[in-house]
Write a protein that binds this ligand. Structure first.
Ligand code: FES
Length: 652
């Protein structure tokens, strides 16, 4: 009679194996993705499977309830000590008896899918650069002159099918005591980057290491540094944290930091030291939050704009301050963490994504990795707004990118009552089109300042100013309520019919909140505020429009707003101001911190690194500074929504 038929789900891979074959062996032969750290010794429990019955019986495959051999001793011991979920078996111990359908649960797959929260985003396939392998090493012998490392290599080849490995120098010093302490059993951490021909042993533990290892994905911004600590065995985010970039004391925005470096001989070096120190503070904090040692962080991925990139690497950003904006290098970088003074595992590797151009950095490359415009069927416009807007337009045949100097107005700077997005800042605004009275919400409170009918006041206290998303909503609402005209001029009380429009020098201001009676602030939107936002939005719009010209299109299919700013901005208000080209509102989505997500993808999947390096090579860079059309679009776009181009979808 024939050998039993084995079908694995969800892969659907199948084959016949002699009775008595371990499930793990069958899985390996069929190329089924079944995890193991201990190499089938019943120690790690990563190989758990769930025999499932009946599911395929309709299709002519008969399976039996006793299709796997009985619970063996190793499993029984494991179950007693650690407990196995009901119905679960250790794939390395259970052997096949008869035809069987075996389910490999998600957590037992090596290349697990790490699910992203957004519905339209692709999941991440877990395939990190660092992995663990437990081996049992032959003891030395007077008749065999092979060194300990050579016997470790032989064990990896034989037990893990890893034909060649290298070892870091520090490993050689640790190897002999570890082997003897672990009674010739050790667990090794192997690092293999996407372009490395063979893995390297970067760490070892005597015996079986039961813990996990971590990687960190860092979004190094000019204002904040944000990091996700990820479990490299599961792909889960263990902790997230952020700090202010300590370079702020050298200058609020990028250009002031570049000029600090130009004016002071040690300026660049000071800023390099500051950001690296800040990075270590952040790593210590996030590790403490997660309750782990920083030395368990074995891989780190960084994304950043070109100026941050150079300063982090210790390169003077001088050339980035002037045309033609030459980068010291635009390629992806693989460096030792210790070369960047980072206090994580002493042998940890780091990866810095490639830069797209002198103004379009590794952060934009990370956005491209996360949002994958190069794989999109429809034409997508991706806008990442900071002090520079980084804009990408494309689909699977062609992707263009540029950056546009929007300035810091969208972050609340240059605005009379402006502030960073922090508790106390007005972040949402509505204006009643009839009474022209405002209501608003501040960060840190769920309450609106008045009820939905704009009548009943609620006690919103601690108002300190208005942040970027707040000022955009305020101006868009003012435009819709007829308080400000298309050219950006605020009307007088007589013209608008509301006493909230007060004279302010030779123009008028609109009062959003008057807290002076309680010693609070007077928060107004002034004409210079509107001017600053008009300039910023015109730059953003002109950049997008320039890419559309180059692509020879009049419309885009969808718009993705990326970045912290994109996460907070309301698409409707952005469109009313003409910040982004006209598109159906439901086709405007927010991607949240897409650069941070891109960093996490590159951390969890080493093949994604090769992919983005290749994609960045294909993205066409457009330099706005030398394009006359950019100026034309800019001038046209300062009106709200703007002078020459129609916004038919907005009206509808
Ligand atoms: Fe480790 Fe089965 S492979 S317990």
């Amino acid at each position: 009679s024939q050998d039993p038929l084995v079908i694995f789900t969800p892969s659907g891979k199948r084959g016949r194996f002699p009775a008595g074959t371990p499930v793990l062996t069958a899985a390996r032969q069929l190329g089924v993705d079944l995890d193991s750290v201990c190499g089938g010794r019943g120690i790690c429990s990563k190989c758990q499977v769930q025999p499932s019955y009946g599911e395929f019986s309709k299709h002519g495959v008969t399976v039996h309830e006793d299709a796997l051999s009985d619970w063996n001793k190793v499993e029984a011991r494991y179950d007693e000590k650690r407990g196995l979920k009901p119905g679960r078996r250790l794939g390395c111990q259970a052997t096949i008896l008869r035809d069987v359908v075996i389910d490999v649960p998600a957590e037992s797959q090596v290349h697990k899918q790490v699910v992203r929260k957004r519905a339209e985003a692709h999941d991440i396939i877990l395939n990190p650069t660092v992995r663990l392998a437990y081996i049992e090493v032959a003891e030395p012998d007077m008749h065999d002159p092979a060194g300990d490392l050579e016997r470790v290599k032989a064990a990896l080849a034989e037990q893990w099918d890893i034909p060649t490995v290298d070892a870091d120098l520090h490993i050689l010093g640790q190897l002999q005591p570890a082997l003897r302490k672990g009674a010739w059993k050790i667990t090794v951490a192997l690092h293999q980057g996407n372009s490395d021909p063979a893995p390297r042993i970067m760490h070892l533990w005597p015996g079986f290491y039961d813990g996990t290892i971590y990687g960190i994905a860092v979004d190094l911004g000019s204002t904040t540094i944000a990091a996700h600590l990820c479990d490299l065995r599961t792909g889960a985010v263990t902790a997230s944290s952020g700090i202010m970039n300590p370079q702020i004391r050298f200058g609020e925005d990028l250009m002031s930091r570049v000029s600090y470096a130009m004016m002071n001989e040690t300026g660049a070096a000071e800023m390099t030291a500051a950001v690296r120190e800040g990075m270590n503070t952040l790593f210590a904090r996030i590790s403490e939050e997660a309750g782990i040692e920083t030395s368990l962080i074995m891989d780190a991925v960084f994304v950043c704009n070109p100026v941050m990139h150079h300063l982090f690497l210790g390169i003077d950003p001088y050339e980035l301050g002037q045309a033609p904006f030459a980068l010291a290098t635009s390629g992806a970088l693989r460096l030792m963490a210790r070369d960047l003074d980072l206090s994580i595992h002493p042998a940890a590797r780091t990866y810095i994504l490639p830069c797209i151009a002198g103004h379009v950095g590794a952060d934009a490359a990370a956005v491209a990795l996360s949002e994958a415009p190069d794989k999109s069927e429809d034409l997508v416009l991706i806008v990442d707004v900071g002090t520079n807007a980084e804009i990408q337009l494309g689909n699977k045949t062609r992707v263009l990118a540029c950056s546009s100097p929007t300035g810091p107005a969208f972050e609340g700077a240059q605005i009379s009552s402006g502030q960073r997005a922090a508790p106390g800042a007005i972040e949402r605004v509505e204006i009643d089109p009839v009474t022209k009275a405002p209501r608003f919400k501040v960060i840190g409170s769920d309450l609106w300042s008045t009820d939905a009918g704009f009548a009943e006041e609620t006690a919103v206290t601690g108002i300190t100013g208005i942040c970027g998303s707040g000022i955009i909503e305020a101006i868009a609402e003012m435009r819709m309520a007829g308080i400000v005209d298309a050219s950006g001029l605020i009307g007088s009380a007589e013209q608008t019919g509301t006493p909230l429009c007060i004279p302010d020098g030779r123009t008028h201001s609109y009062v959003l909140h008057d807290g002076r009676a309680e010693d609070g602030p007077l928060i107004t939107v002034t004409n210079p505020d509107i001017r600053a936002i008009q300039m910023a939005k015109a730059a953003l719009y002109a950049g997008a429009r320039l890419l559309m010209d180059k692509m020879e299109v009049e419309t885009v299919d969808r718009v993705v707003l990326a970045g912290a700013f994109g996460a907070h901005i309301s698409p409707k208000h952005a469109m009313v101001l003409g910040m982004i080209p006209d598109a159906p509102l439901e086709k405007v989505t927010s991607a949240g911190n897409a650069a941070g997500t891109g960093a996490r993808i590159a951390l969890l999947n080493r093949d994604a690194r090769g992919e983005i390096e290749e994609t960045v090579g294909r993205i066409e860079k457009i330099e706005t500074a030398i394009e006359p059309r950019f100026q034309e679009h800019f001038v046209n776009a300062s009106a709200m929504p703007n002078a020459a181009e129609p916004f038919p979808l907005l009206r509808a």
